[in-house]
Ligand binder design. Structure first.
Ligand code: GAL
Length: 681
């Protein structure tokens, strides 16, 4: 498979020259040079310009801009331009317009107006991709294909008749027979038995709670169906330009697409990340996505394909990125393994739905723009950081994550509504506060490279995944499992006999009953050392068979019963947490678990982001400070990675960063960090 290599860290943006008159193009290239831009994503939404009428192509303007960019030293991540079909297509082929769960066919006027199953959209998008690849496949500016754009960001499920037909085909391939489908979907319930394939439908709006197994398969199908669409373009590109790498931009924890599966199609994983600058912890929101993206392709370096220079336009209230935050988040992406930093977009639109979305070149002239200065300076700064491309981020600790479990958990009619991402986010934040690198791992992946694996809320667990976890613990690994985990199998059927059905022996404990709390309700647990801490949202009637009890409930009908357990199993340990403790108690539990697994940790002040990466002959310590107070970090054996000067103590103000080189045998235990004010000068 071709390898994406620009020969430098990539820096640039989505470039939409079709929104601007020609005179602006030359100015764009000049400014790109000033900002150190070496890669732009071109033509993403230009289908209507490239093919203004069906079958009539106008490539002249794109030829011109490709040449201009090339002369200016800017390389191109060229889009296949299929992300937003032009109005003529949607009107000539009305079935190409997707249908919502309520049966509404969507109308022309925005973007991503396509049904993934529609043969006309498929054929026309593949034809366009072929035309683009044929024309530019050997252009000297071309470095990467950008296939479509953010699949599934607006339309991740289409409920039309064409999709229904493809769903049936997908189900036939999965189950072989209607009997097997009836079994998997549990259709003995509520008289849902299917007697003919033609009766099987997508889970369209129904009178009451839809069948959850059907809903789960529908999400699987929808992800696979869009993936097939993607593959159709990929096939064309691979056939015409086998040496040009390709990618499509992911969206991190996007609900609709199983990116573990998708990522295997790409030559390099790419992601768009838009943390809320007004949120509690934009660096955790972004960091989680960076770590996921790296994990999707087994640690391979990846691309940050889009982020905002400042504000976006699509939240209810759009906060700007305050001075320094854009740089700090960009450096964080590099620390976590990114090979490039790109923005949406190069020049801020003056018309259209995104005219209030920030860009590298804004509405105010560059010489008057703080955002421009920061973007330009970052581009120049990256030139000195090229050596980062040789670094690898390895993690001893992984959080298990799985779209299928997420989909099953998102079905209606459960003991409580338990959104997954806040739970995963809380565990991620706790682990990151210990300074440890964190991967996200698929349940059926090889776990042997990790010392500890955390399952914040792995509702669905296949027998293979359970077997993998059992072997992991047996072989000396540490498992930390959160509540409402291991409840159902791959068909979304409960594994009976006490929860989690497949892992009771590993945990030495079992759950008899769930007791979700009401919003705002609190209970307490008492830890072995006597501390009493609050828990919220969820409690369980947990029984410890052979497990040691680390904490017990203090209140309610479960007072005195176990809340948290630990079990020695084989060479390893399995922890079970039956409730949601506060951040401090969760961190304490995870600290004990990962330290017990032999993972080195550091105690970090609020907002200090630490990443260790390996360069082969040494290690890099990336320190980026997102907290509100200055901190001082002491690392006895460190030298500054850029100057080579010893740098055993570093003071970081909010959004400051330091990049240190440490010896191969460096351990996080050597790092101390505290509020700068508390260190005598
Ligand atoms: C992305 C998309 C871009 C732009 C951006 C705005 O989802 O790929 O085209 O819309 O969001 O934040």
């Amino acid at each position: 498979m071709p390898h994406f290599d620009l020969g430098a860290l990539a820096y640039g943006a989505d470039y939409n020259p079709e929104q601007w008159p020609r005179e602006v193009w030359r100015e764009d290239v000049r400014l790109m040079q000033e900002a150190g831009v070496n890669l732009v994503s071109l033509g993403i939404f230009s289908w209507a310009q490239l093919e203004p009428r069906e079958g009539e192509f106008e490539f002249g303007w794109l030829d011109e801009i490709m040449d201009l960019l090339h002369e200016g030293g800017v390389r191109v991540n060229l889009a296949t331009a299929t992300a937003s079909p032009p109005p003529w297509l949607s009107l000539a082929y009305p079935d190409s317009r997707p249908v919502t769960v309520d049966g509404v066919r969507l109308e022309v006027g925005a973007r991503q107006l396509y049904c993934p199953s529609d043969p006309h959209y498929r054929a026309l998008s593949v034809r366009l991709a072929r035309a683009v690849a044929g024309r530019y496949g050997t252009h000297p500016a071309l470095r990467l294909w950008h296939v479509n754009n953010e699949y599934g960001c607006h339309i991740d499920q289409c409920y039309c008749a064409q999709c229904a037909a493809r769903f049936r085909e997908w189900l036939r391939a999965r189950y072989g027979s209607l009997d097997e489908l009836n079994r998997a979907w549990g259709t003995a319930f509520w008289s849902q038995r299917y007697g003919d394939w033609a009766e099987v439908q997508p889970p369209r709006r129904a009178p009451s709670f839809p069948n959850p197994s059907q809903g789960l398969d529908w999400r699987r199908f929808s992800s696979d169906n869009i993936l097939e669409l993607h593959r159709a373009e990929v096939e064309v590109l691979r056939a015409l330009t086998p040496d040009v790498p390709l990618t499509t931009n992911f969206l991190g924890f996007l609900p609709g697409l199983d990116y573990f599966r998708w990522a295997q199609e790409e030559d390099v994983a790419a992601v768009d990340v838009y943390p809320d600058p007004a949120g509690m912890a934009p660096h955790l929101e972004a960091g989680m996505v960076f770590d996921l993206t790296r994990s999707l392709r087994a640690g391979q370096r990846w691309l940050l394909m889009e982020q905002a220079t400042s504000a976006v336009n699509w939240r209810e209230r759009n906060a700007p990125k305050r001075p320094g935050l854009m740089r700090a988040l960009s450096l964080q992406a590099l620390a976590r393994g990114a090979d490039g930093i790109q923005f949406f977009q190069w020049r801020q639109s003056v018309a259209g739905a995104e005219k209030y979305h920030s860009a590298m070149v804004g509405h105010v002239p560059p010489e008057r723009s703080r955002v421009w200065r920061e973007a330009r300076d970052l581009g120049q700064e990256l030139k000195a950081l090229d050596f980062l491309r040789g670094a690898r981020v390895k993690a001893d600790v992984a959080i298990m994550f799985d779209w299928h479990s997420w989909w099953a958990l998102s079905q209606a009619s459960q003991p409580a509504v338990t959104p997954l991402l806040p739970v995963v986010g809380a565990w991620y934040a706790a682990l990151r506060s210990l300074g440890v690198n964190v991967d996200f791992v698929h349940p059926e992946a090889d776990l042997s490279g990790y010392r500890a694996v955390a399952l914040p809320q792995q509702y669905l667990l296949t027998p293979d995944a359970a077997q993998g976890l059992r072997a992991f613990v047996q072989g000396g690994g540490t498992l930390v499992m959160g509540p409402y985990s291991g409840v159902v199998d791959g068909d979304d059927h409960v594994v009976p006999g006490g929860y989690p059905g497949l892992l009771q022996d590993v945990l030495g404990a079992w759950v008899e009953e769930w007791a979700p709390l009401q919003t705002g309700e609190e209970r307490e647990v008492r830890w072995a050392d006597g501390r009493v801490t609050p828990v919220t949202e969820w409690t369980e009637v947990l029984h410890a068979d052979s497990a040691e009890v680390l904490a017990s409930y203090e209140t309610d009908f479960i007072a005195g019963q176990p809340a948290v357990t630990r079990h020695a199993f084989g060479q390893g340990y399995a922890y079970y947490l039956s409730t949601r403790p506060d951040a401090a108690a969760l961190t304490d539990l995870l600290r004990g678990a990962v330290q017990g697994a032999g993972v080195a940790i550091a105690e970090l002040p609020d907002g200090l982001d630490v990443t260790l990466s390996d360069t082969g002959d040494g290690r890099l310590l990336h320190l980026i400070h997102f907290g509100p107070q200055a901190v001082t970090v002491q690392v006895p054996r460190a030298v500054d990675a850029l100057s080579g000067q010893p740098r055993a103590s570093v003071t970081l103000h909010p959004t400051d960063a330091a990049l240190l080189r440490v010896p191969v045998d460096f351990s996080l235990r050597e790092l101390t960090a505290r509020a700068a004010a508390s260190i005598p000068t």
